[in-house]
Structures are given as structure tokens and as C-alpha cells.
Design a protein around this ligand. Structure first.
Ligand code: MRU
Length: 329
């Protein structure tokens, strides 16, 4: 793999270095976090984004609070209130807070979370690639790649390992309005590695499926409930409905840290972002003044639309029995 690491911990300077994903694909620049407030800003403003990546960053944010002698409980609340939907952030912050309560180093725990994620993503790729056949065209949504994790990615790890194993594959990346993670990030990282990729507008997906040009769909997830309900980037649900209609396998790739076994649907907050993200393109307003926009960042895909979920512990059907078994392995 060509080294694309979105999150780097500088142990000498005690700083968190993030690829500034707002600048990609045109500029590869870094954003330095010296305090937990810097990390909170980076998560909120999407310098760093993607469920596992914001979890790891949040963990380092709490470690920075520890290093600077800040109030850990206040830092925990500030970091927790940056983005509401992806559960990895809460999972990582809770892990670090528990370590702190046990008198352990938060920084050590953050480093562990970071290292584990690299291995986890690798396993997801190695397990999931078996589902991919030589010659497949795979459609993906948003960015569930190295940039959304520590390395490799989740959905893109499956694609990467199929490619590494010599399978002749092609990727179609939905541009993913309004933040364009597909066009800007997925296309960037696959192209960076020489994996064939083409970008489409989100509304082209159905037509390509109708033409028989999509063999499989693989997406990531921000939260998966015990019954297999998947929360992921807005537009995922539409894709899953289209996939069902066209009889195309629809896979979700995610680590166990993305599962939320406690919450019910009514507990999950779907993030609503500033409507300017929809109303403006490249700083130019495209929606008439005075007209509002919906800007839900995520949607909900029910388990009956999902073929299987690929995790680091194996591939499961989206139902409670199979999901709970994963956690007992
Ligand atoms: O708003 P974002 O860019 O943080 O949303 C990211 C996604 O929806 C990803 O698909 C998801 O986090 C999985 S990343 C491995």
C-alpha cells in the first residue's frame, strides 16, 4: 500500500497531525492540533471525517487534554459534542475516559485504538475481498477509505485487497453531494494507488445499475444497531433500494467499534449540517436567496436491504443473532 495516513501522532512534539481533508484533492496539507479544542474544531469542520478516523482523533484529543492538564471531563464533553451520528467517536472517548478513571494513560489508550484500527481495517479487507470476483465493477458511496480510518479503510479496504490479490476490478465512486467525499477523497485515494476509478453524479447510480454495469455495492457505516440497521452517509438508503430492485449484492463493511448494541432507532441523532453546504457550490450560491435546503448528513438503511456486513471477525447477515455472535467470538 502507498502510505496514506490521515492521522499521525508526533510523540516528540505531542501534537496530532491530520491530513486536511477539506483541501483534497488539490492540496495535500496538514492540520496540526496542539490542544483538545483544536481536535474538536477539526472534527466539527471535517478536517478529519469518517467514523473510525473521528474516533481515533477524539481519543488523541482527550490525550492532549491530559498532556496539557485540562479538565478531562470538560474535554470529553466538548469532543463528544462535535458530531452526533458516528458511534466510533463515543466508543473511543469512553475507552479513553475509562482508562483515565483506572489511573492509566489516556495517550497510551489512544495509541492502542490507533494501532488496533490499522489491523482491523486490514482484516476487513482480507476477509471481504473473497466476495469480489475477477472483473467486478464495484460501486461505493462517500469515502470509507484510508482517509476515513487509520489506513486501508473499510469498504475501500475490501476493494484494495481484491486489487492487491490481482483481481481485475473497476470502481465507481458516487460524488456524494454535498461534501463530495466520493469525488474528492475516494477518487483521490484510489487513483493515488492506481486502482481504476470513475466518478459519477449521485443520480447516475440507478441508470448504471439498469444498464447492468454494477456488479456489487460496498459502503461503510457510521453506526450499526444490533438488528443490523445501518446509518451511513446520506444517499446510502437510496442506493440500497436501487440495489434490491436490480438484484445487486449490497455490502456494508465496518469494524466492531461501529456497532451500537445498546441504542434503538429513536436514540440515534442524524446530523443536520449547515444548509449552506447544499446552497453553495465553490462559494457561489446556486439556490435562490430565501429558499431553504435540507442537509441531513446521514440516513438509515434497514437490514432487509443489506446482503451482508463485513467485519474484522467475519461476514454476517444483518440480524441480531449473527451480530451478537460476532461479539462473543
Ligand atoms: O460525514 P463523513 O464524511 O464523516 O461521513 C463518512 C461516512 O459516512 C463513511 O461512509 C463512514 O464514516 C464510514 S468510514 C469507514
Amino acid at each position: 500500500m502507498k502510505d496514506l495516513r490521515p492521522i499521525i501522532w508526533d510523540d516528540d512534539k505531542k501534537e496530532l497531525i491530520l491530513i486536511d481533508q477539506r483541501k483534497l484533492p488539490n492540496k495535500l496539507e496538514y492540520f496540526i492540533c496542539k490542544t483538545y479544542e483544536d481536535v474538536a474544531y477539526a472534527i466539527k469542520d471535517m478536517v478529519v471525517r469518517g467514523a473510525p478516523a473521528i474516533g481515533i482523533s477524539g481519543a488523541y484529543g482527550l490525550a492532549l487534554a491530559e498532556i496539557k492538564g485540562d479538565n478531562i471531563y470538560k474535554a470529553y464533553e466538548v469532543l463528544k459534542n462535535t458530531r452526533p451520528t458516528a458511534v466510533n467517536l463515543f466508543w473511543a472517548l469512553d475507552r479513553c475516559l475509562n482508562a483515565y478513571k483506572e489511573g492509566k494513560s489516556i495517550l497510551d489508550e489512544a495509541k492502542k485504538i490507533h494501532e488496533e484500527d490499522i489491523e482491523t481495517c486490514k482484516k476487513i479487507g482480507m476477509i471481504g475481498e473473497k466476495l469480489i470476483e475477477d472483473g467486478d465493477t464495484i460501486l461505493t458511496h462517500c469515502n470509507a477509505g484510508a482517509l476515513a480510518t487509520s489506513a486501508y479503510g473499510t469498504a475501500l479496504s475490501v476493494i484494495r485487497f481484491a486489487f492487491y490479490n490481482g483481481k481485475n476490478i473497476r470502481v465507481i465512486a458516487d460524488e456524494t453531494r454535498p461534501r463530495l467525499q466520493g469525488a474528492k477523497l475516494t477518487a483521490f485515494e484510489l487513483n493515488y494507488e492506481g486502482i481504476p476509478v470513475k466518478v459519477i453524479t449521485d443520480n447516475t447510480a440507478g441508470f448504471l445499475m439498469q444498464k447492468g454495469e454494477v456488479d456489487k455495492i460496498i459502503v461503510g457505516a457510521d453506526r450499526i444497531l444490533a438488528d443490523g440497521t445501518v446509518y451511513n452517509k446520506i444517499g446510502t438508503y437510496s442506493l440500497a433500494v436501487l440495489a434490491k430492485y436490480h438484484n445487486i449484492p449490497f455490502y456494508v463493511a465496518a469494524p466492531l467499534s461501529t456497532f451500537d448494541l445498546k441504542s434503538k432507532e429513536e436514540d440515534v441523532i442524524i446530523e443536520e449540517r449547515d444548509e449552506k453546504e447544499v446552497a453553495y457550490i465553490d462559494g457561489v450560491r446556486i439556490v435562490p436567496e430565501g429558499v431553504g435546503c435540507y442537509n441531513y448528513a446521514f440516513d438509515k438503511t434497514p437490514p432487509n436491504l443489506i446482503t451482508a456486513i463485513i467485519t474484522e471477525k467475519g461476514i454476517v447477515k444483518p440480524n441480531k443473532d449473527e451480530i451478537l455472535k460476532l461479539f462473543n467470538k
